[in-house]
Design a protein around this ligand. Structure first.
Ligand code: GLY
Ligand code: MN
Ligand code: MN
Length: 445
């Protein structure tokens, strides 16, 4: 299938789900420090899904399967700074648009259209002004959000091929990171070795890389720590293809190449949860059950190590597992690393379901039955987060179920996560990042 066929198929499917026109803005790049020095432009994912190309300051109007493209040709002075850029007619032909107009004409075509709010604030203001209402996830916009989520949840061939490309490059980046650790002195050096692989494939990072010996800081985006022989290094790094499709992978390895006995004990608990969750993936399985499976295996593992006391079922019911595994077991993956999170829980949660306020469930980003061609991550972890474990209320609430003295023996384990990208298939699942081993004996060499 060519790009044009894929895009046509997507908009025809959308036409079956909605009976009103939809307008999707691509957005604008955001200045870093002065207007001409901008962050790299990345179009809104909903726009990319139907338009296929990373076009700045453009919009598409979709109605009954037709595609209208709205964008301006750059002024001729632009050539000096940016070279020759294809004319809008040429771009329209590439994406199979039925017609193409200057951007300003969009304002006259906006009547009774639904839209989705973009992240770029300047474009967002334009959306509200031109629509003469707030673009929000309500009313007709919510109907559009639900329809697009329904499509993007189940990946087509074009999407799966892209995610596989991102996954393959991500695997290579992690192998480069493991190799670089043998001589690197700092987190920054390992990060650069990993991102170098991604850049060399003309891809970008799908999110800010996490490469840290302080894995307990869940979204740690600092790279200034030195590497010491006893440290574990947690690397959560994923490539995004040129067309915008993501991957999201974490491995945790020993800086020295060798895990200490306590590090290995905890790694094995996380790995047992990871493997069991992947084995449980199949159509119709509830993703929340997979999360709870991870929680109970982690609880059981920590009981076996003498860190928790009690039976795993009761421990999970009182969220004791979440002291050490405070996030969800994973999320949707697609054009966004947390796919469609801009729609709140519209994509992640089955209609009628709401986030739990339980500590052990409130960060679960996906609560739906799995369906073939969904792609999800599986990423259990273990962390010693001081803000959780040193909190006096927590200490009181869990005083009978945590053996704090025994926990002290595991002080050399700050954070471990093992994360893979998994395609749900008719029979079960395919791990798209399976080429990257989770066996610690293969990290050491
Ligand atoms: N890389 C962010 C996450 O794993 O969800
Ligand atoms: Mn993830
Ligand atoms: Mn990740």
């Amino acid at each position: 299938m060519t790009l044009i066929d894929t895009l046509r198929d997507r908009r025809q499917k959308l036409a079956k789900l909605i009976d009103f026109p939809a307008i999707l803005w691509s957005g604008k790049s955001t200045p870093r420090n002065f207007a001409a020095n901008t962050f790299p432009f990345r179009a809104s994912s909903h726009f990319l899904y139907f338009a296929g190309l990373n076009l700045e300051n453009a919009a598409i109007r979709l109605e009954n399967g037709n595609l209208e493209l709205f964008m301006d040709d750059p002024p001729s002075s632009n050539t000096l700074w940016h070279g020759e850029i294809p004319k809008r007619e040429e771009i329209a032909e590439r994406i199979g648009a039925d017609s193409v107009y200057p951007f300003a004409k969009l304002r006259q075509s906006i009547y009774k259209s639904a839209t989705l709010p973009v992240q770029n604030i300047v474009t967002r203001q334009q959306q509200d002004k031109w629509l003469q209402r707030k673009a929000s996830l309500e009313g007709v916009d919510l109907k559009l959000a639900s329809a697009i989520a329904q499509l993007r949840l189940i990946h087509d061939k074009g999407a799966i091929a892209e995610i596989k490309q991102a996954a393959n490059v991500t695997v290579k980046a992690h192998l480069a990171g493991i190799e670089a650790t043998k001589s690197a002195k700092t987190e920054a050096e390992v990060r650069s070795a990993m991102e170098q692989v991604i850049l060399a494939h003309n891809m970008t990072c799908a999110y800010s890389s996490i490469v840290t010996v302080r894995g307990e800081v869940l979204h740690n985006n600092h790279y200034d720590n030195k590497l010491s022989a006893g440290d574990l290094l947690l690397a959560d790094v994923g490539a995004e293809t040129t067309n915008g499709w993501a991957s999201d992978v974490t491995r945790t390895w020993a800086v020295s190449g060798k895990f200490s006995p306590t590090q290995k004990d905890i790694y094995d608990v996380v790995l047992a949860a990871h493997d069991a969750c992947i084995a449980a993936i199949a159509p119709d399985v509830e993703y929340q059950e997979i999360h709870l499976l991870a929680a109970s295996i982690i609880a059981q593992g920590l009981v076996n190590l003498g860190i928790l006391r009690g039976n795993p079922e009761d421990l999970v019911a009182m969220d004791a597992h979440a002291l050490f595994f405070p996030h969800g077991v994973g999320h949707l993956l697609g054009l966004d690393v947390h796919d469609m999170e801009d729609l709140g829980d519209v994509a992640g949660y089955e209609a009628g379901r709401k986030r739990s306020d339980r500590f052990g469930l409130c960060y679960l980003r996906l609560n739906r039955p799995l369906r073939p061609k969904m792609v999800v991550t599986i990423e259990p972890g273990f962390y010693q987060v001081p803000a959780i474990l040193n909190n006096s209320e927590t200490r009181t609430k869990y005083k009978d179920v945590v053996n704090w003295q025994q926990l002290d023996n595991f002080a050399d384990v700050r954070g471990i996560r093992i994360e893979d990208d998994v395609l749900v298939t008719a029979q079960g699942s395919e791990v798209l990042t399976a080429q990257l081993s989770t066996n610690i004996n293969e990290f050491a060499s």
